[in-house]
Design a protein around this ligand. Structure first.
Ligand code: 0PR
Length: 365
């Protein structure tokens, strides 16, 4: 650390040099994050100093967090859902498994997880001493129900379903998994980190939420398809009592107990997340999602016309292809199976898709 500080101009000159090294979003097809909506940026700026870790000092910000959870609870057909704003899907998934473990203490706890699950479950299970039982996928890359059933035993504390898998954009058979969970009295966590703000706005929504009796908790990330600033995740649970299983005493704070994983928690992205939901409304989200889905369809159709076969027919805006090569200059990713993967986020406009297809035509010719 330097002895004498730099002027503000000097500090910003060097920060801007670094910022210019970051990639432009116009070439990024590999990310599940996107440019934040302007209203999220404005709200974020307004709440910069707020700390939800001591909500008694920021009752207005705490009310915004409650409104965010209530809005999502209503979207997921359970206005009374409990929950809180996390730092993202990883934290929400960790917390869901902490609840599952607290709810049913066993000697050698295990959870049954789809092979398509996000790697955050590996972190969560490692931390919590929970064994992972991986259920294979069916031909359409959704979790195979019979395999899930076969992997459940008397040490199983929970099962997981994914709404919008990270790699292929598939939605697991959540209604069937919910029935299984009910039959075996298991905690059922739905990882809708990506799809939770896509699926409700599709013309024909696939059922995945609290309207299904067996669903215990849902992870959804406003910092993905919710266009909020980072970090903004949410964990929703069916009953407050489930969240309270995680309570620890916080004697010297403005609240006497807390169930969150983080201590100090930013209010700014939470205000950003609510601002976008309020500003766009269901109508705005339907339009946003329709655009992303149309771009997904166009990319698949365009690449297939060039002889590049799709790897899956996705439920949400993730397009994958059976090729290990991509045109230069584009930031794409490759799945564990080696398929090319593009995420058609809101920053990936129709015009960007057409530019990609022009490059692809030269590249794959
Ligand atoms: N669950 C699912 C289904 C996810 O896709 C992700 C992240 C998570 C949980 C974890 O969420 P957090 O990363 O918010 O904790 N999915 C993206 C991925 O791993 C995250 C991402 C976003 C990665 C932008 C890269 C990137 O540039 O691909």
């Amino acid at each position: 650390m330097r002895e004498c500080g730099l002027s503000e101009d000097e500090v910003f000159a060097s920060l801007e040099v670094r910022k210019a090294e970051d990639l432009a979003h116009s070439s990024i097809l590999s990310s599940m994050c996107t440019l934040p909506h302007p209203v999220a940026v404005r709200a974020h700026g307004l709440f910069m100093e707020t700390n939800l870790g001591d909500p008694g000092l920021f009752p207005g910000t705490a009310a915004i967090e409650r409104q965010l959870i209530a809005t999502l609870g209503e979207l997921y057909h359970h206005p009374g859902a409990a929950g809180y704003a996390s730092s993202g899907g990883t934290e929400s998934n960790i917390q869901a498994l902490r609840i599952a473990k607290a709810r049913r203490p066993t000697d050698r706890p295990n959870v049954v997880i789809p092979a398509s699950s996000h790697f955050s479950f590996e972190k969560a299970c490692g931390m919590l001493g929970i064994a992972i039982r991986t259920a294979p996928l069916d031909r359409d890359l959704r979790v195979d129900l019979d395999s899930v059933q076969g992997l459940i035993d008397d040490q199983t504390i929970g099962i997981i379903g994914v709404v919008g898998t990270t790699e292929y954009g598939m939605v697991d058979p959540i209604p069937d998994l919910a029935v299984l969970a009910t039959e075996h009295d298991l905690f059922f966590h739905v990882d809708a980190a990506f799809g939770g703000l896509v699926v409700p706005f599709l013309p024909d929504p696939i059922p995945f939420d609290f309207s299904l009796q067996g669903v215990s908790s849902i992870a959804v990330d406003p910092h993905k398809m919710g266009m909020s600033t980072i970090p903004a995740g949410c964990l929703l649970v069916r009953d407050q009592a489930l969240l309270d299983l995680l309570n620890v005493d916080t004697p010297y704070l403005s609240v006497k107990q807390e169930y969150t994983l983080g201590g100090t928690r930013p209010g700014a992205p939470v205000a950003g997340a609510l601002a976008v939901l309020e500003h766009l409304g269901r109508e705005g989200f339907r339009a946003l999602v329709a655009g992303c889905m149309e771009n997904t369809r166009r990319l698949i159709e365009g690449l297939e016309a060039l002889g590049v076969e799709r790897a899956a027919t996705p439920d949400v805006n993730v397009a994958t292809f059976r090729t290990s090569q991509a045109p230069p200059g584009w930031r794409v990713s490759f799945t564990r199976r080696g398929d090319l993967r593009c995420v058609l986020m809101p920053h990936v406009t129709a015009e960007i898709v057409e530019r990609f297809l022009v490059d692809a035509e030269k590249f794959y010719a």
